[in-house]
Write a new protein. Structure first.
Length: 109
């Protein structure tokens, strides 16, 4: 089992469907806060916000990083994210391809 600092995690956030996502996520990879960021195709989100059910076109963003980089990832996203309360979910990775997991650790070291 990996040391807590090098534990691989997946961070999820959503962004408006028409946002230039590169400006939000490229700094994560350039700054070695994330090894890889995937931006999925547009999707429809339905949620309750301030007591009203809303519908929005959004994109899901998947950020592969380590637990050690988590606070910096959150800080970077918070500074650039257009939402008042952006989705920020952290999922631990229980297992995976050894070479891939080591690559994530190396890229975020």
């Amino acid at each position: 089992m990996a040391h807590l600092d090098t534990e691989i995690i997946l961070v999820l956030t959503t962004v408006p469907g028409n946002l230039d996502v590169d400006e939000l996520v490229r700094p994560l990879v350039e700054g070695r806060l994330a090894a890889c960021v995937n931006v999925l195709p547009p999707m429809r989100s339905i949620y309750r916000w301030e007591g009203v059910v809303e519908t929005a076109d959004e994109r899901q963003v998947l950020i592969k990083t380590t637990r050690r980089r988590l606070a910096d990832v959150q800080s970077s996203l918070s500074a650039r994210h257009p939402y008042d309360v952006p989705e920020f979910l952290v999922l631990p990775i229980a297992d995976g391809g050894g070479a891939y997991l080591e690559w994530v650790r190396a890229e975020t070291a």
